[in-house]
Design a protein around this ligand. Structure first.
Ligand code: AMP
Ligand code: FE
Ligand code: FE
Ligand code: ZN
Length: 288
């Protein structure tokens, strides 16, 4: 059996393993194909590739911060882009904009918390993120460090939740634009954890239909945050719109309790995803 995990994070964003440690941990966990998908960055790609253990295949990816902009509301969502040309100018700009916004938005959340009397500093958070794309888990760790909460999960349950008075949302890229951008850069896209309800509102099936119409390639159906009923519904949608079905751990090291390969993608679905690449645009060779 081939073990395939298509969604993991390193210290290039909000994971706790360096890219080198991530690929080593994956090999040790029996993973054969690993995607590194840090938020809004490609910074982990090269160090992961340089440290790749024999027998492990690396799939270069990014988890893009996006939103669906409806007539009178917006819903934030995550789009996984794989094997796209990282030198594509438009995508490069989009990543830079998203990372920049993460910085300002992180600082705004921290200022809200400081204003309410919580003993953390922005410097503490940037020390923890250490150059990686800033996210709420870094703020969570600062709150743990300062003794406000026992663990990052507790910070997310309350102070960092979207329903918290201290929450500030990210700038997000229009999801339809992002699907087109990744596609134009030769890559493939997968809608990450499409019905992760405890992260906030989820989009309607009609939105998934529209995403498929502009070129979405797959749905991440087997994900730790998705309930069995939702997975069953999503399988029906995947069939209906000819979308690949993936499964992944969304591993974040010690920031989350999920283990590598806790959820996996089947070999035939992985092959189906690869076959949807436009290799004329981005002849990325998988590193094995
Ligand atoms: P942000 O990207 O800054 O909005 O933060 C969201 C990120 O926090 C997600 O990508 C997850 O990696 C992480 N996250 C969400 N919920 C939790 C949780 N309960 N515990 C730890 N990390 C979480
Ligand atoms: Fe994350
Ligand atoms: Fe995500
Ligand atoms: Zn993720």
């Amino acid at each position: 059996m081939v073990v395939i995990d298509l969604h993991t994070h390193s210290t290039a964003s909000d994971g706790t393993d360096t890219p080198e440690q991530l690929v080593q941990a994956a090999a040790a966990a029996g993973v054969d194909v690993l995607a590194i998908t840090d938020h809004d960055t490609t910074a982990g790609w090269d160090p992961a590739e340089a440290a790749l253990p024999a027998g492990l295949t690396l799939v270069q990816g990014t988890e893009f911060s996006c939103a669906w902009f409806g007539p009178n509301r917006r819903i934030g969502l995550h789009l996984l882009g794989y094997l796209y040309d990282r030198d594509d100018a438009e995508l490069r700009e989009a990543r830079a904009r998203l990372r920049e916004s993460r910085l300002h938005r992180g600082e705004a959340i921290v200022n809200n918390l400081i204003g309410a009397g919580y003993p953390i500093t922005w410097e503490q958070v940037t020390d923890i993120s250490a150059g990686g794309a800033v996210g709420r888990p870094h703020i969570g760790r600062a709150l743990v460090e300062s003794g406000v909460v026992p663990d990052v999960g507790a910070a997310f349950a309350d102070l960092l939740s979207p329903f918290s008075p201290y929450y500030v949302r990210n700038y997000d890229q229009d999801v339809f634009d992002m699907i087109r951008l990744v596609r134009n850069a030769g890559g493939v896209t997968v809608f990450a954890h499409p019905r992760a309800r405890r992260r906030g509102q989820v989009v309607a099936d009609e939105v998934i239909a529209e995403m498929a119409a502009v070129g979405l390639d797959g749905l991440e159906i087997d994900h730790p945050d998705l309930a069995p009923e939702d997975r069953a519904d999503l399988r029906v949608l995947a069939d209906q719109f000819d979308l690949v079905r993936t499964g992944s751990s969304d591993y974040h090291g010690t920031n989350k309790p999920i283990r590598l390969a806790a959820e996996t993608t089947t070999h035939d679905q992985y092959e189906a995803l690869l076959s949807r690449r436009n290799t004329a645009v981005a002849p990325i060779v998988l590193t094995t």
